[in-house]
Write a protein that binds this ligand. Structure first.
Ligand code: OSB
Ligand code: MG
Length: 390
């Protein structure tokens, strides 16, 4: 199938060896944000980054659990992920061996939900697998792009003049699409003003579930601004009301929070709940679901793009690999490291070229070096889950 992702294991000599995981390590590090990030559900000024790594055969694979400290975007938090990883998911990987991504995903399936915690392990596993095969993550999953188009997500600002300054700044840095966070009281006037100043840019909005179907007359005014999409206007787990709203709006709706797995994606497309899907590896539970949703959307010509969760460089590197798949036709929320952090935990940092693209690394594994000294310096919590001695 055209546009389909493929984990390259077709040649017999490339068959995955049975991987014996020797240990799971969890670390929490705090990275201050260069400026606060505000959405319809609150404001943060630093990111408690949850890193998870798997050790096997003297190699270490790194992943990131994108949960926030508070259960706003989703019910998961750093605290719930710590509990579920330590007590259930981690130990599940420390029995026997693992032969493939599917095998890993099946191991995690008995635990309901907790997609971000699961995804952290899938990321770490895929980083391990890429190193074992001696390929980049992008190559491992069948990525085809050498560079991916990117946009920026701009939080709610205290004043519209500050927002306009930021729009100007990121456009001048080359970002191909501007996404404005909106909420009741920070929506039509703001979008109208940005559109008036920049009649031709790719512009979208993200409400993070701040509206209800009864607000549809209000939301329909967004049709006046030639937006690329309206992201997740209604409830975080809704598909039906979004389908009703999509019927009366010209602008394409895009779902983020509501698409938590492949079945929800199928339902959304069947119901007509959206015309675009934002894929976040963390929200859907890992690479296996992300690849499945990508393939489904590609088969129906539904554009997808890679969402972001203010990840550190490790999560960002995985996002880049994902976004290199053919179906990721719209700019992703994959900004430069410097958009959020003074200093990243990978080197070189992620940078955005003047044409608004980021290069997909070609080196083995993440394609970035992990700055372990800096990670050690930042580490607030570190736990090791090891195999029981038999
Ligand atoms: O809804 O896409 C979202 C950040 C945290 C939680 C939810 C979202 C976001 C973003 C930022 O929009 C995307 C990024 O640049 O990482
Ligand atoms: Mg969103």
């Amino acid at each position: 199938m055209q546009g389909s992702s493929k984990i390259s294991d077709s040649q017999p000599d490339q068959a995955t060896p049975e991987i014996k995981i020797d240990g799971v390590e969890i670390r929490l590090i705090r990275l201050p944000l260069i400026e606060p990030f505000e959405t319809s559900f609150g404001k943060i000024d630093s990111r408690l980054i949850f890193l998870v790594s798997l050790e096997a055969d003297g190699l270490r694979g790194w992943g990131e659990v994108v949960a926030s400290e508070e259960p706003r975007y989703s019910y998961e938090t750093v605290g719930t992920a710590l509990h579920v990883l330590r007590d259930f998911l981690g130990p599940a990987l420390l029995q026997g061996t693992i032969s493939s991504l599917d095998d890993l995903a099946n191991r995690l399936t008995p635990v309901r939900g907790h997609n971000m915690a699961k995804a952290g392990l899938e990321l770490a596993f895929m980083h391990l697998l890429a190193q074992i095969r001696g390929v980049s993550l992008s190559t491992l999953i069948g990525g085809e792009r050498q560079r991916v188009p990117v946009g920026v997500s701009l939080g709610i600002q205290p004043k519209i003049s500050r927002l306009l300054e930021r729009v100007e700044r990121y456009l001048s840095l080359g970002y191909q699409r501007i996404k404005l966070k909106i909420k009741p009281g920070w929506d039509l006037d703001v979008v109208s003003e940005v559109r008036r100043k920049y009649p031709n840019i790719l512009l979208s909005v993200d409400a993070n579930s701040a509206y209800r179907l009864k607000d549809q007359e209000h939301l329909k005014h967004l049709d006046d601004f030639n937006l690329l999409m309206v992201e997740q206007p209604l409830e975080n787990d809704d598909l039906i009301d979004h389908a009703k709203l999509q019927k009366v709006m010209k602008t394409s709706l895009c779902l983020d929070e509501s698409i938590t797995n492949l079945r929800q994606a199928k339902l959304a497309l069947e119901l007509g709940s959206c015309r675009i899907i934002n894929i976040k590896i963390g929200r859907v539970g890992g690479y296996s679901a992300a690849l499945g949703i990508h393939d489904l959307c590609a088969s129906q010509n539904v554009p997808v793009w890679c969402g972001g969760m203010l990840e550190s460089g490790i999560g960002r590197a995985h996002n880049l690999a994902l976004a290199s798949l053919r179906g990721f036709t719209l700019p992703g929320d994959i900004s430069a490291s410097s958009r959020y952090f003074e200093r990243d935990i990978i080197s070189p940092e992620v940078t955005v070229a003047a044409d608004g693209t980021v290069a997909v690394p070609t080196g083995v594994g993440l394609g970035f070096d992990i700055d372990l000294d800096f990670i050690n310096h930042l580490t607030e919590t570190r736990e090791q889950i090891s195999r029981m001695k038999s």
